[in-house]
Design a protein around this ligand. Structure first.
Ligand SMILES: [Zn+2]
Length: 344
C-alpha cells in the first residue's frame, strides 16, 4: 500500500492548548503521533512510504476561502510583528483568539487578533511558526493519496495536523486544512465520491464544506455532540441543504458504545454508500474511537477497529484513507495497522 508522509509535520508543535473550559494543558496532538504510526507501518511487509506531491494552492482554495488561507499563511509573521520587544519566537509561543465572531454578527475585521477570532473556532488549534507549512504538507499527503487511487485500490495519507474540524473558513480542534475534504473534492472531478468519517468526534468541518453538495455523500459516525466536542454540529437531523439535502448523514453514538453497537451503525452507513454508488471513497480515519483513548468515551477494541476496516474494504471501492485523530500514542500505530491491513 502506498503511504504518503511528510516530515514537515514536525514544524507544527504547539506547546499547549486550552482544554475543557479553560484548563491549559500540553497539547494531545503531538508530532510523536505520526512517528508512532510511521514506525508501526515500517514493521509491516506492505507499507511503501512516499513523500507527497506538491499540488499547489488551487486544490486547497477549491475547498477553503482564500481570505482564510491567507490568514493562516501570514498569521505567525504578523503575530511576531505585533511585539517588536519580543526577543524570540518563544516569547510569542502561540497565536490564539482574544474574541470569537459570534452567530450572524460577523464583520470581517482587519486586525490580526480580530481575524484570529473570525477564523478560529476554539482554543485547541493554536498557530505556531510551522503550522502553515505543516498543514500544507498534510493536505498534499491527502491529495497524493487521492490521485494514487485513480490507478490503485487503496492508499493511506499519514496526515498531521488532522483536518476534519476545519471548515471552509475556520480552523479548530487541531485542524487547519480539511485534508479529507480536499481529497474528496479533488476526486469529485472524476465522479461521485463518498466521504466516510469514523473519527470519534463529529466532522463538523467536513459537514460545513459539503452540506449543500449532492455529488459528495458525507457520512459521519461519532460521539453524540449532545455530550461531546464539537457540541454544535453532528446531530442526526442535520441532513444537508439545497442540492445537498439528503446527502449528509450523522450517526451520533452514546457514551460507552462497544464494538457490536458500532458495527451495527456502520452497516447502516455502508448501506447508504452502496445505494449512492460512488466511484471513490475517502475515509476520515480517527483512532480516538479506541477504548483506551484519553479523549474518547466510546469503547472500540483493536479487533473492533480491524472489523470496521474489513467491512469498509468489502465495498471494493478505490479508497483514500486519511489520518485524523487518535491520542493513545502507545496503541496508535498498531490500531492504524489493524485498520489498514484489511485494505491490503
Ligand atoms: Zn477526534
Amino acid at each position: 500500500m502506498k503511504i504518503f508522509y511528510s516530515d514537515l509535520h514536525f514544524q507544527h508543535a504547539p506547546a499547549f492548548e486550552v482544554f475543557d473550559g479553560g484548563v491549559r494543558v500540553p497539547t494531545f496532538e503531538v508530532p510523536e503521533r505520526a512517528e508512532r504510526i510511521l514506525a508501526a507501518l515500517r514493521k509491516t511487509g506492505w507499507a511503501e512510504i512516499h513523500p507527497p506531491i506538491d499540488f499547489g494552492l488551487d486544490s486547497i482554495l477549491a475547498v477553503h476561502d482564500r481570505d482564510y488561507v491567507e490568514f493562516l499563511a501570514s498569521a505567525w509573521t504578523e503575530w511576531l510583528a505585533t511585539d517588536p520587544e519580543a526577543e524570540s519566537a518563544t516569547d510569542k509561543s502561540a497565536l490564539l483568539p482574544a474574541t470569537f465572531a459570534l452567530r450572524g454578527q460577523a464583520h470581517r475585521p482587519k486586525s490580526l487578533l480580530g481575524r484570529a477570532g473570525y477564523y478560529m473556532m476554539d482554543l485547541s488549534a493554536p498557530i505556531v511558526a510551522g503550522t502553515y507549512a505543516a498543514a500544507l504538507a498534510s493536505a498534499n499527503c491527502a491529495l497524493s493519496a487521492a490521485q494514487a487511487i485513480t490507478h490503485t485500490t487503496s492508499t493511506f495519507a499519514l496526515c498531521r495536523p488532522p483536518g476534519h474540524h476545519a471548515g471552509k473558513s475556520h480552523c479548530g480542534g487541531y485542524c487547519y486544512f480539511n485534508n479529507a475534504a480536499i481529497a474528496a473534492h479533488w476526486l469529485s472531478a472524476h465522479g461521485k465520491v463518498t466521504l466516510l468519517d469514523i473519527d470519534y468526534h463529529a466532522g463538523n468541518g467536513t459537514q460545513d464544506i459539503f452540506y449543500e453538495r449532492g455529488d459528495v455523500l458525507s457520512i459521519s459516525i461519532h460521539a453524540d455532540p449532545a455530550f461531546e466536542y464539537p457540541y454544535y454540529a453532528g446531530y442526526a437531523e442535520e441532513r444537508g441543504a439545497g442540492a445537498g439535502l439528503g446527502f449528509h448523514h450523522n450517526f451520533p453514538l452514546p457514551a460507552g458504545t462497544g464494538d457490536e453497537e458500532y458495527l451495527t451503525t456502520l452497516n447502516a452507513a455502508l448501506h447508504l454508500i452502496r445505494e449512492f454508488q460512488p466511484t471513490a471513497l475517502v475515509i476520515s480515519a480517527g483512532m480516538d474511537i479506541y477504548s483506551e483513548d484519553p479523549l474518547g468515551k466510546i469503547r472500540i477494541t483493536r479487533e473492533g477497529i480491524r472489523q470496521i476496516g474489513a467491512r469498509i474494504a468489502e465495498l471494493r471501492l478505490p479508497t483514500a484513507i486519511i489520518m485524523e485523530g487518535g491520542y493513545n500514542n502507545d496503541a496508535l500505530g498498531d490500531n492504524v495497522v489493524a485498520f489498514l491491513g484489511e485494505f491490503e
